[in-house]
Design a protein around this ligand. Structure first.
Ligand code: CTP
Length: 398
């Protein structure tokens, strides 16, 4: 989906600059055309040669500011060329300049000479980030709809402080880049609340053994990231997962279907869009042992009880302004059972995806599906990343 797209990356002077190498390399491998501008402070942390090598194109620095490309100023050429501008790490200095429309180097001139969406990945020491002037500049900048925010992490910083200020990880930045390339920066979910469930719920027999499934929750994570970049306020209810909790998204961890039901029902009334991407374990053991059962006491057969169907309950409570979306992970014929589930669960749309095809289903980073809706529309989605599929599903239902 990103192949042939043009991404300009502005690197500021911060230690997180080294993490941007992975972003450049991954984008290049995905077929994206990447150009890089380093501020003079950035060249103290990372060399233009590194970025030239990774992007397969000479990196730009202030030294080439006045050397024209095709007889035109570099900042105008680059500003017009870019379909997306990523600034990572965004330092307090560059942030201040952008907030006030200042342009004293190649990067800030290029920002003013461009019209594309700009994705910001700030990184700085906690006290610098919390300084009133920096917060004022940050809030002011985000008023401008051109600017999108990947979020800011917390943890151990290079200055040995533990707190806010870590730059988002490359995976988060790449999710932002893909999302903005897909949406062109439009916020078609602005003012909307999106509630998503994801992952495989677990029903424990004793403290260590459970009935579950191989779902990793990546599809729901991708939906949450896609909705965030389209302007939504997102709540993600997730079963046990190995991925990092995404920045800027409210997450509610759960384990069992009962906990997921409780979380979904208590948040559903505020939501405009509700998506059940979770793989809910359909049954639970009738008995639970408080202590770990020794092998010799394990039952030779289990008595199972059904767990509540959360989507059916959400369907019954659905308000006129709400859209309710389900998933149907199937083997064999995926369409017929999906139509049946769409009707039975009173859904507005359903994504039927095969789990018996290579590169799709549980745990995979890619997926394929057929989307169906209550009006009888049907759309086939060819194999693509889960983030791309998430955007296609949002396009389908909005
Ligand atoms: N679902 C749910 N609660 C359950 C089971 C499923 O909310 N207890 C939701 C899933 O999150 C998914 C949709 O219902 O969005 C379809 O799930 P699926 O397991 O395919 O459907 P089932 O109704 O369980 O039907 P079956 O297992 O018989 O195919």
């Amino acid at each position: 989906m990103n192949e042939g797209k043009r991404v300009l990356i502005g690197i500021g002077g911060g230690i997180a600059a080294y993490k941007v190498c992975e972003v450049v390399s991954t984008l290049f491998k995905a077929g994206v055309e990447v150009r890089v501008i380093l501020t003079s402070a950035a060249t103290e942390f990372i060399t233009p040669l590194t970025l030239t090598t990774l992007s397969r194109h000479p990196a730009y620095t202030d030294e080439v500011f006045w050397k024209p490309i095709h007889q035109r100023p570099v900042h105008i050429e680059l500003g017009e060329w870019a379909q997306l501008l990523l600034i990572a790490p965004l330092t307090a200095n560059t942030l201040g300049k952008l907030a006030h429309g200042l342009a004293d180097n190649l990067l800030t001139n290029t920002v003013l000479a461009s019209r594309c969406p700009i994705l910001l990945a700030p990184a700085m020491n906690t006290d610098m980030w919390e300084a009133q002037s920096v917060q004022r500049n940050w809030q002011q900048l985000l008023q401008d709809s051109r600017y999108h925010n990947v979020g800011l992490g917390s943890g151990l910083l290079a200055c040995d402080r533990v707190g806010m200020g870590r730059m988002a990880e490359p995976g988060e930045i790449l999710a932002g880049v893909t999302s903005l390339l897909h949406s062109g920066g439009k916020r078609d979910l602005l003012g909307k609340e999106v509630l998503i469930s994801t992952g495989g719920t677990r029903e424990y027999l004793d403290p260590v053994r459970f009935i579950g499934n191989p779902s990793t929750g990546k599809m729901g994570l991708a939906l949450a990231q896609a909705a965030k970049y389209r302007g939504a306020k997102v709540t993600l209810v997730h079963a046990p997962a190995t991925w990092e909790v995404p920045l800027g998204i409210q997450t509610i961890p759960v384990v069992s279907a009962a906990e997921m039901r409780q979380a979904m029902l208590s948040h559903c009334s505020d939501a405009d869009l509700i998506i059940m991407a979770a793989a809910v374990a359909d049954v639970k053991p009738a008995d639970y042992a408080q202590e770990k059962l020794p092998k010799r006491l394990l039952p030779s057969s289990l008595t199972l009880e059904p767990v509540p169907d959360i989507l059916v309950e959400l369907g019954k409570r659905k308000q006129p302004h709400q859209r309710l979306i389900g998933f149907a992970a199937q083997t064999g014929d995926i369409v017929t059972p999906a139509w049946e589930k769409l009707k039975r669960k009173q859904l507005d749309a359903i994504a039927a995806n095969p789990i018996d095809q290579p590169g799709s289903g549980f745990g995979s980073d890619t997926n394929q599906a057929i989307f169906l809706d209550a009006q009888g529309r049907q759309q086939q989605i060819a194999p693509c990343t889960k983030l791309e599929m998430a955007h296609c599903l949002l396009d389908f239902v909005i």
